[in-house]
Design a protein around this ligand. Structure first.
Ligand code: PMP
Length: 421
C-alpha cells in the first residue's frame, strides 16, 4: 500500500546486536513530556503501552491518503485499505507464528475471550461440565466464563497459586478432572508478572481432552512468542499493550474450532449471501468480523509489530529483565515494602505495598512527582483476595524505560512514604 510501507521503514530502530535504547526512547514523544512540573516517569505499561512515532505517523498517513472501508469497494482506496488491513493480519500471524487464516481480528483480548465464551463454550457446555480458571486471571478471563456457567449450568473451578505468585502446577494437574472441558489461563500475570509454563500446561490439558484458552495480553508485548509451539486451542492478544493503537487485538484459534464455531456478532462483512430465507456465512476468520473494523488501528498495529521485531523480542525481554532486576533491588531497600509476585523468571511487573500507606494515597502523591503507577485491584479481585489486600501499587516496565527513571521513581516513593508516615 502506497505510503504506509514508507512509514514502516522511516524510523525503525533496527539495530541487530546492540540496541541503542536512547534512540529507541526518542521514538516515544509522549515520554518527553512533563507532568505536574516533573519529567514524566511512565510505569503503567501493563495497563497500556506508549506508541512510537512510526505508529503515530501511520494513523496520520492512513487518514490522509488511504482511508476507505475494507472488503467492500473495488476502487483504489478500498483495495489499498483492504490490503493494508489484511497485511496486518498476516504480520500479526507471523509475530505469533500461526496461520493468518486462523487469526480473527477484534478489539482486544476482552472481545477475543468473549468470542470463545459465546461461540465455542456456550453451545457446548452443560450441567456437569467444569471450566477451570487460575486464581491469577484478569477479569476478562473470569467474567465471560461466569456468564457461560450461569447460562449452561457448568461450574467454575479455581486453580490456586503458591505464595510466590507461581501457579500450583501439581494442584492444576490434579484439578484437570474428567468433568473439566475448558481451561483458561494467563500466559503472563498482569499483577504478579508470573510467566506461566503454558506449553506444559496445555500439553497436560490436551492429554485429557481439555480445550485451552491462553490470555496472552501481557506476554505478547514482552516475550518472543511461538503460539504454535504452545499447543493451546485459543490465544488472545491485545494491540494497545504492544505499542499499537487501542481497539485492536486478535484471537488465534485452531482452524477446526473456527470452522465449527457459530458467528458471535452478525452483520455485514461476515456473510457470503443473505436472503430472508437464511444467510450463508463467510469463511473464518471473516465470519467473526462483522461490521467495519478499526482499519487504521490495525494498520498501526502492523507498524507496531514491525517496530517491536526491528528491536527484537529477545532484546526487549533482556532489557526488561535488566530493568526489573534494578527496580526490584531498589524497592527492596525501602523499609516496610512488600512485593507481591516473586516467581522465578517473572516479567517486569512489580506489585507492592508499603506498610502504613494506602496504595491510592501513594499513587496520587507519586503522580504529583510525575510518576505514573497504577493503584487498585488491577481487574484481578480474586487474586488480591488470595493475598488478603484491598489494593496494591503496580509499577510495570517497558523496554523504553530507563535506569534513571527507576531511580527517580524509587526516590519519589521514599519521599512520599515519609510524607505519609
Ligand atoms: N488480560 C490481561 C492479563 C490484561 O492485562 C488485560 C488488560 N489489562 C486484559 C486481559 C484485557 O485487555 P483489553 O482491555 O485490551 O481487552
Amino acid at each position: 500500500m502506497n505510503g504506509i510501507p514508507a512509514v514502516h521503514d522511516a524510523a525503525l530502530p533496527g539495530h541487530p546486536g546492540a540496541v541503542d535504547w536512547e534512540r529507541v526512547r526518542a521514538d516515544f514523544p509522549l515520554l518527553m513530556r512533563e507532568v505536574h512540573g516533573h519529567p514524566l516517569v511512565y510505569l503503567d505499561n501493563a495497563n497500556t503501552s506508549q506508541k512510537p512515532l512510526p505508529v503515530v505517523a501511520s494513523q496520520d498517513e492512513f487518514y490522509r491518503r488511504h482511508n476507505a472501508n475494507v472488503s467492500r469497494a473495488v476502487h483504489a482506496l478500498g483495495t489499498e485499505a483492504t490490503e493494508a488491513y489484511e497485511a496486518s493480519r498476516a504480520r500479526l500471524a507471523r509475530f505469533l507464528n500461526v496461520r493468518a487464516d486462523e487469526v480473527v481480528l477484534c478489539s482486544g483480548t476482552t472481545f477475543a475471550i468473549n468470542l470463545v465464551a459465546y461461540s465455542w463454550a456456550l453451545p457446548r457446555l452443560k450441567e456437569g461440565d467444569t471450566i477451570l480458571v487460575s486464581r491469577m486471571e484478569h477479569h476478562a478471563n473470569i467474567v465471560p466464563w461466569q456468564l457461560v456457567a450461569q447460562r449452561t449450568g457448568a461450574k467454575i473451578k479455581v486453580a490456586e497459586i503458591l505464595p510466590d505468585g507461581s501457579l500450583d502446577l501439581d494442584g492444576l494437574h490434579r484439578a484437570m478432572t474428567p468433568d473439566v472441558k475448558l481451561l483458561a489461563v494467563a500466559h503472563v500475570s498482569n499483577v504478579l508478572g508470573t510467566v506461566n509454563p503454558v506449553r506444559e500446561i496445555c500439553r497436560e490439558a490436551r492429554r485429557r481432552g481439555i480445550v485451552t484458552v491462553v490470555d496472552g495480553s501481557q506476554a505478547a508485548p514482552h516475550l518472543k512468542l511461538d503460539v504454535a509451539a504452545i499447543g493451546c486451542d485459543f490465544y488472545a492478544v491485545t494491540g494497545h499493550k504492544m505499542c499499537g493503537p487501542t481497539g485492536t487485538g486478535a484471537l488465534w484459534a485452531r482452524r477446526e474450532h473456527l470452522e465449527s464455531m457459530p458467528p458471535f456478532i452478525g452483520g455485514g462483512e461476515m456473510i457470503k449471501e443473505v436472503s430472508f430465507d437464511g444467510t450463508v456465512f463467510n469463511d473464518p476468520p471473516h465470519k467473526f468480523e462483522a461490521g467495519t473494523p478499526n482499519i487504521a488501528g490495525f494498520v498501526g498495529l502492523g507498524v507496531a509489530i514491525d517496530y517491536l521485531d526491528a528491536i527484537g523480542m529477545d532484546a526487549i525481554a533482556a532489557r526488561e529483565a535488566e530493568l526489573l532486576a534494578h527496580a526490584t533491588e531498589a524497592l527492596q531497600a525501602i523499609p516496610g515494602l512488600r512485593i507481591f509476585g516473586t516467581a522465578p523468571g517473572k516479567a517486569a511487573v512489580i506489585s507492592f505495598l508499603v506498610e502504613g500507606a494506602h496504595a491510592h494515597d501513594l499513587a496520587t502523591l507519586l503522580d504529583l512527582e510525575g510518576v505514573a503507577v497504577r493503584s487498585g485491584q488491577h481487574c484481578a479481585h480474586p487474586l488480591l483476595q488470595y493475598y488478603g489486600v484491598a489494593a496494591t501499587l503496580r509499577a510495570s516496565l517497558a523496554f523504553y524505560n530507563t535506569h534513571e527513571e527507576i531511580d527517580r521513581f524509587v526516590a519519589a516513593l521514599e519521599k512520599t512514604r515519609r510524607l505519609l508516615a
